[in-house]
Write a protein that binds this ligand. Structure first.
Ligand code: ACM
Length: 538
């Protein structure tokens, strides 16, 4: 019988042999020069969790942990770029790939082959891995997680931790939702009021936004990433071959921007929002508002060298434009019959600017409603019907439909679940998801991503509870082919994987339900069931 090796995601091909390799018997990490940054990262991680210190050398024979590039280099962000071959034999470790991103993914697998305690912050396990041969390549090109650092600001060190956890799960995208009605979370030196005014709110709603029995906390909340923070986040992600996709959400969700620069809107005087929901404020379609948006996109796009910039574009109410003489004049000038053309006008201008910078635009599925340039990728959030609609309109898609990918939703029906926005996304449903709907050309599906909206996730522990273990299962959904998933049900490996999450100090939700200290209790963190109070389910 083959020895049981429990990894998440399940590699496409895995053959185990009897026996282990003790990495302390090896001479060094022998790596091609281009791979030295990854080799030192591995050396540091092994040292932290096991106490072993392997030096990094150039290519060498003998008993080594070998990292090498071979074959023609594939383009970035292709499945071939992340393919790797990993062989652990009594004589050493050989990790080969055609692209450094493939080496980064293979190292994530190697970390999981170590005992779970090797993932701790100080030596707690022996540096021993099973003998194994793995041939692996992801099914989909984009496997991501979105952090909402707006509704509740998430500190920079937590963003770095989540990049590391994405890496450990062989994800390759961390999407940062950086702007919304409740705050603006990055410094734009040419627009100082974004940091001074738009990044702060006076207080925050206690309990659920729809729970009228609770008031506001009277405590200012805010923060933003400085230019130096952004530089650090970009470097940290680059070292692990994780793509940062920054999102600047315009022309809607604009209340914080308009609190700082009211002249860009239609005369509103609302403060940065202390509560949650969809608000009417939008940018006016003026040259000044467009200049502002293009300046913000340019500022963030220059920071992150990856190809994608997310323009948001969800939940843009048309009410202000319907009443605006400026919008009416634009519609007449451009021959628009529908007011949704105003959003399309913004979308096209954002695409033109970002394309000229060599970037690619992605936006929420509402950018389809008024029409978007075909080269824009569509990030589907509402449901799978929009996957089909976007593909039919010629767009590539990242799939995050709410029923499978919204991890701000409840994980069970239990009354003791802590306050979340609404909805229900059990981990078992994620495990059964095929993100490519029947009849859709798989090459049009860039990939999958889970969403951690933070209206009701005030601190990193709440984000971790919501993310794990659903994120672990989503990583497999994006990585592993359906036939391999069917032959190796992920739920059979999840218990083993929780030992890793535990060793990493992650505040995950146990499969049987929240631990006592994770429950909602009886106060303002108690589950709020909108649909149980006579309202339709959402
Ligand atoms: C979204 O959830 N409004 C993208």
């Amino acid at each position: 019988m083959q020895r049981r090796i429990s990894l998440i995601p399940q590699p496409q091909q895995l053959t185990a042999a009897d026996g282990d390799l003790d990495l302390s018997t090896l001479d060094a990490i022998a790596a091609d020069p281009e791979l030295h940054p990854l080799a030192w990262l591995l050396s540091d991680l092994l040292n932290r969790g096991t106490g072993l210190r392997l030096a990094v050398t150039g290519p060498a024979d003998g008993p080594v942990l070998r990292l090498r590039l071979d074959g023609d280099r594939p383009a970035d962000l292709t499945t071939a770029a992340e393919a790797y071959r990993l062989d652990v034999t009594p004589g050493g470790v050989d990790l080969a790939a055609a692209h450094p991103a493939g080496i980064a993914r293979g190292l994530a697998t190697l970390r999981q082959l170590l005992p779970p305690d090797a993932l701790r912050e100080a030596p707690a396990a022996a540096p021993v891995v099973p003998l194994v041969s793995i041939r692996d390549e992801p099914r989909l090109r984009w496997r991501g997680v979105m952090l909402d650092v707006v509704r509740h600001f998430q500190p920079k060190d937590f963003v770095l931790k989540m990049i590391d956890r994405a890496w450990m799960h062989r994800l390759n995208v961390v999407h940062l939702h950086l702007t919304d009605d409740q705050g603006w979370r990055f410094e734009v030196p040419s627009r100082p009021k974004l940091a001074e005014i738009a990044s702060w709110r006076a207080e925050t709603k206690v309990g659920h936004a729809r729970d009228e029995s609770e008031g506001y906390d009277g405590t200012p909340h805010g923060g933003f990433f400085s230019v130096s923070d952004l530089r650090e986040i970009a470097s940290y992600a680059r070292e692990r071959h994780i793509l940062i996709v920054p999102e600047v959400n315009l022309p809607g969700h604009a209340r914080a921007v308009l609190a700082a620069y009211p002249e860009l809107g239609a005369g509103q005087d609302q403060p940065v929002s202390p509560t949650f929901g969809v608000f009417e404020e939008v940018l006016e379609p003026t040259p000044e508002a467009l200049d502002f948006a293009l300046e913000a996109y340019t500022a963030i796009a220059e920071f992150f060298e990856g190809p994608f910039v997310h323009i948001g574009g969800d939940e843009v109410p048309m009410t202000q434009w319907e009443q605006s003489p400026v919008a009416r004049e634009l519609m007449e000038r451009e021959g628009m019959e529908d007011v949704r053309g105003v959003q399309a006008w913004f979308t096209k201008a954002f695409c033109d600017r970002l394309t000229a910078m060599g970037k690619r635009v992605i936006g929420w599925d509402e950018i389809l409603d008024g029409g978007a340039p075909a080269e824009a990728a569509v990030h589907v959030w509402r449901n799978e019907a929009y996957v089909k609609k976007a593909v039919a309109a010629g767009h590539q898609v990242v799939a995050s439909p709410e029923p499978y990918a919204y991890y701000d939703h409840y994980q069970s029906d239990g009354e003791d679940e802590p306050l979340r926005i609404h909805g229900l996304v059990p981990v078992e449903r994620v495990a059964g998801w095929d993100p490519v709907p029947q009849g859709v050309d798989e090459s049009m599906i860039l990939g999958v991503q889970c969403q951690l909206w933070s209206e009701y996730l005030p601190n990193p522990r709440d984000v971790e509870y919501s993310a794990f273990p659903r994120l672990s299962v989503l990583a497999e959904v994006g990585w592993t082919n359906v036939d391999v998933r069917e032959a190796n049900p992920v739920m059979d490996r999840l218990g083993d994987h929780l030992e890793r999450l535990h060793a990493m100090g992650i505040w995950y939700r146990p499969l049987e339900g929240p631990a006592p200290w994770q429950r909602g209790g009886t106060g303002s963190r108690k589950r709020f069931a909108w649909e149980h109070r006579g309202h339709p389910a959402e």
